[in-house]
Design a protein around this ligand. Structure first.
Ligand SMILES: [Zn+2]
Length: 53
């Protein structure tokens, strides 16, 4: 997986890989400022913003 979550969702990744997707978002530390998606890996977001100090 080299793509961001933002892009993966657009490509129907969530429908086909629900379990893997869940692992990326179950304890999010970052929110994408552009798309509003959340992830525990900033590399998976196109405009990551940390939400926990
Ligand atoms: Zn994004």
């Amino acid at each position: 997986m080299g793509k961001t979550l933002c892009k993966l969702v657009d490509d129907d990744y969530l429908d086909e890989h629900f379990k893997g997707y869940s692992e990326l978002v179950k304890s999010p530390n970052y929110i994408c400022k552009k798309c509003g998606r959340a992830s525990n890996d900033e590399k998976k977001l196109c405009k990551p913003k940390k939400i926990k100090e």
